[in-house]
Design a protein around this ligand. Structure first.
Ligand code: AMP
Length: 600
């Protein structure tokens, strides 16, 4: 039954008083989008007026948009890197923010092969927590009764490091799960998880996943929603069940915990939960898992699941068919759009089809500007002719933009690198479809590999071929997510000047590893620590294959003069052509090097 709050919300009737307040907040923010943006910019500029960064641009204390836009440049991470390095090295003067930098959040976007370091201030948690608090009230509008059960969410912390000056550097969600905001969250019947905090906070990914899955199985009938941050994580969890169900069933049948689980905190809480053997449940899970057919496994084991809470927009769309297979097509609401730099907004229509998902940027989260993006003529930014950036409330329907943000922690007119299209408005706040991240060629999990990184990896691997007088004449790539975990596939056409001395299978395997060693740290972490990316594969194709590829493109209307080999492919006929010409396939024989410490 809907709660009668007496407050009007065009979103729908709230489920309880708390939801009414949250929906009212969304209404207020979206009705006053431009005024909120003006206030946010004013607050950011007045509190940071004395910072070294803003001081460089002669704002003279001005807090209005015109002064800001005319004086402060639009920047990328590389522009800020020297100052960020100063903070990392221990400079505690107010460079970016008048508030002290509390830690660095490590983005999955990289610069020079390492995660970007995003300075953050303690107070940012209030804004992020506020955005989190809006998600369930919106979900409750569409799915009633979520307070009558639990969420099976696979949530993980990742390794953290310290900068030379001792500031912690870690991913934003690791920071969140370790914070008091998460650990001492008040009880909320709409937000009860099956996973104990001890399991979420365990850095050993096997022990963490095992325990979370075990709890999910023990409470299977209570589970009303299942999720992970990104779709790739949920797919991996189901694969984990496929590999480990026998041990899990054993624990359930005997009421004991797998000896591989050694974490003291987990052992203590699981000891209580596993006290009584449950042979019926063990038998049921065995029956469901022992067959070859895993179609619909999610709804077979967790019959009350109403939806899968995962992000399937952007690069994650490649996992939709696999999730549909495992769940029999349960809804896939993408609830929010966020980054290490700033949390942006939420999806006000979460039950829409993944292809129709739009995010409403909440104007209280930061100051947002939009660089018009014309896919046919990407304009480089020149300091001499500054581009005209559009305000949040002034973007136009159907136009594409690159997102530029200014944050309370001191990023000023920072290019996030996301390309968005305006699809509509809620009140006066625009809604955006996430189109893509600029320059990303390959992405399996949170890794993002661009063309230059791929080229460098090919160059490094090719060195192993020189003693065989062999070179890579053409290449392209493909993110293969049919395997779990997914993996990079690189198609190589080789030219050998010495047919009597061709590189052996073993040499080509080592080329795969050499490529992996050159890829960025997020990729290598996915391979080594998270197990979220499988071994890289090189498929050697017959000579002449890339010429056939060109003929095919030209037959479909490409211009001969302008034809460039695509460095990443996904179009089925092209994949079929390439795969039909494969002469040998090679995989990395072992994992590349990775440690949490930054290289260089
Ligand atoms: P990170 O820098 O690792 O915090 O990752 C943030 C980036 O992930 C964003 O800038 C987007 O490119 C991507 N991202 C975050 N949320 C979504 C979403 N809901 N849909 C698509 N991409 C997203």
């Amino acid at each position: 039954m809907a709660f009668d709050s007496g407050l009007s919300s065009s979103l729908g009737p709230p489920a309880c008083e708390k939801d009414a307040t949250a929906l009212q907040f969304i209404e207020e923010m979206t009705r006053n989008c431009d005024a909120v943006q003006e206030r946010v910019l004013g607050e950011i500029l007045s509190r940071n007026a004395e910072t070294e960064y803003l001081g460089r641009f002669g704002l003279g204390g001005a807090t209005d948009r015109d002064s800001y836009k005319s004086k402060v440049p639009v920047v990328t991470y590389e522009d800020l890197q020297p100052d960020i390095q100063r903070v990392a090295n221990g400079d505690r003067s107010p460079i970016f923010s008048s508030h002290p930098i509390s830690e660095f959040l490590t983005s999955s976007g990289t610069s020079a092969g390492e995660r970007k370091l995003m300075p953050t201030i303690h107070e940012d948690w209030d804004r992020r927590t506020k955005l989190y608090s809006l998600l369930m009230p919106v979900m409750n509008l569409y799915v009633p009764g979520l307070d009558k059960g639990k969420g099976l969410y696979f949530l993980f912390v990742k390794a953290e490091t310290k900068t030379p000056s001792g500031l912690v550097a870690r991913p934003v969600l690791t920071s969140y799960y370790k914070s008091e905001h998460f650990k001492t969250r008040p009880y909320d019947p709409y937000n009860v998880y099956t996973s104990p905090d001890e399991a979420i906070l365990c850095v050993d990914s096997f022990q963490s996943m095992y325990t979370q899955m075990l709890c999910g199985l023990l409470m299977r009938e209570e589970v009303l929603r299942m999720g992970a941050v990104f779709a790739s994580g949920l797919v991996r969890s189901i694969k984990f069940l496929q590999f480990n169900w026998r041990q899990l069933v054993d624990d359930i049948a005997t009421g004991t915990l797998n000896p591989r689980i050694t974490d003291a905190g987990i052992k203590k809480c699981m000891g209580k939960m596993l006290k009584v053997p449950n042979p019926e449940l063990a038998q049921f899970i065995t029956k469901e898992c022992e067959g070859e057919n895993w179609e619909g496994i999610i709804t077979r084991i967790w019959p009350n699941t109403k939806y899968l809470d995962v992000i399937v927009t952007g690069a994650m769309a490649q996992y939709i068919p696999t999730l549909d297979y495992f769940s029999g097509g349960l809804p896939l609401p993408c609830t929010m759009y966020a980054s290490s730099e700033c949390y942006f907004g939420l999806n006000l229509n979460p039950m829409s089809k993944p292809s129709d998902v739009s995010y409403t940027i909440m104007p209280n989260m930061g100051y947002f500007e939009f660089l018009p993006h014309d896919p046919s003529s990407p304009t480089p930014i020149s300091r001499h002719s500054p581009p005209h950036l559009v305000d949040l409330a002034s973007v136009e329907l159907d136009k594409e933009y690159e997102l530029v943000i200014s944050t309370y922690s001191g990023l000023c007119r920072y290019r996030v690198g996301d390309i968005l299209r305006v699809t509509g408005f809620h009140n006066s706040a625009p809604q955006f479809k996430f189109l893509r991240r600029k320059n990303v060629l390959l992405s399996i999990d949170s890794d993002k590999t661009d063309e230059a990184e791929l080229q460098k990896a090919i160059d490094n691997a090719s060195v192993l071929l020189t003693e065989f007088n062999t070179s890579v004449v053409e290449y392209t790539s493909y993110g293969d997510t049919k395997t779990i975990p997914g993996h990079y596939v690189i198609y190589w056409e080789l030219m050998s000047k010495d047919p009597g001395n061709l590189p052996s299978h073993d040499v080509l395997d080592r080329c795969c590893l050499a490529m992996e060693e050159s890829l960025n740290s997020v990729y290598r972490q996915g391979r080594v620590a998270d197990n979220s990316i499988g071994p890289l594969e090189i498929r050697v194709v017959k000579n002449g294959t890339f010429e056939e590829l060109m003929d095919y493109a030209i037959s479909r209307g490409a211009s001969i003069n302008q034809y460039k080999v695509p460095r990443c492919v996904s179009f089925t006929p092209i994949m079929e052509l390439l795969d039909s010409r494969v002469v040998s396939a090679h995989f990395s024989p072992c994992a590349p090097q990775w440690t949490p410490e930054r290289r260089g």
